[in-house]
Design a protein around this ligand. Structure first.
Ligand SMILES: [Zn+2]
Length: 174
């Protein structure tokens, strides 16, 4: 079994069948512990990433800004506990496991736990919506993100069964 006892216990607590995770080939992630400030959100929320990703993000953002493309963080590091409360809230609202797993990872399975993943927003575009793909911000990222070590995690028809997430990128360089 490739999953940790803690992850299995969490799935059970939330009533998420192990099969739903196995079918999607979801990867378990280790929660990052050494985090660094990456950006302060509009709501004064502190967004954190691991050091290498935080630095790369700030460089990427500055480079985009210099070319007239404004980017901001919608979400960066997210703890297992926070992911649990997000999923629990959706369950409480009556959403099905299928509905939830199309857009959210179970706790222990979100790339945001690693401190390397970012959800990116740009002015004039609703956060976390497919329309992000049609923005100059996305076009800029497609051309330049790799220079800063970032790549798109969930392209169309990704193996994890998530909807296409043009806003979600991960830092992959060491
Ligand atoms: Zn994301």
């Amino acid at each position: 079994m490739p999953y940790s006892p803690a992850a299995l216990q969490m799935l059970e607590q939330l009533g998420i069948p192990l099969n739903a995770v196995i079918e999607r080939h979801l990867q378990e992630f280790v929660e990052a512990s050494l985090l660094q400030w990456a950006e302060t959100g509009q709501d004064n929320r502190r967004h954190e990433l691991i050091a290498v990703a935080a630095q790369a993000w700030r460089q990427l953002k500055a480079a985009a800004g210099a070319e007239g493309v404004a980017l901001y963080l919608v979400s960066a590091f997210r703890s297992v506990e926070r992911q649990k409360s997000i999923i629990q809230r959706k369950l409480d609202k009556g959403q099905s496991i299928e509905q939830i797993l199309a857009v959210s990872a179970p706790p222990f399975f979100s790339e945001h736990h690693t401190g390397r993943a970012v959800d990116i927003g740009t002015p004039g575009c609703t956060d976390l919506e497919p329309e992000f793909e049609a923005t100059p911000a996305f076009r800029w990222l497609t051309r330049n993100a790799a220079t800063y070590g970032f790549e798109l995690s969930y392209p169309p028809d990704n193996g994890a069964g998530y909807v296409y997430e043009p806003w979600h990128w991960r830092h992959v360089a060491s």
